[in-house]
Design a protein around this ligand. Sequence first.
Ligand SMILES: [Fe+2]
Ligand SMILES: [Fe+2]
Length: 174
Amino acid sequence: MLHSIGVADTAASMAEQYGADVNSARIAGLLHDWDKNLSDEQLFERAKEFNIEMLPHLEDLPALLHAQTGAAAVKREFPELDDEIIQAITRHTSAAADMTDLDMIIYIADMIEPLRSQGNLTPLRTIVGKVPLEVLFLKSFEMTMAHLIHRHRLIHPASLEVWNTYIARERNKI
Ligand SMILES: [Fe+2]
Ligand SMILES: [Fe+2]
């Protein structure tokens, strides 16, 4: 998938700029959408197969599941891969309250890779490497939340927790 190559290249270049492991970033980028093309039914099957806990709201959000099932499938396929890579794949849609540098890089790269065209990504793309990674992540996350609200989409409760955590951290820094 061309998108995955775009994410891999973007993630590798971001890793270089932010002092993260370039190889891990490239691999996580390439593999992050491993289960992306599965149908909702197949995703639920996979979730059962890998004993992935289905939060009540998650049943409404099969699109989010591909990150978790994909990470489990990648781990089974390539057991030699570092856990950080698997974690970055797991977190690329929902994010988490304690994102590592690699988690943030994959999350952001997924949004800004060159083939992505929806929304105005220019402000985000132009600050890559110029602002701290956490600032870039919060900006990306903000865009995702705004997008969900504008489209009247469901928001996973875990995403609210991520939002509140990072906003509180930002305030404490001011
Ligand atoms: Fe994805
Ligand atoms: Fe993706």
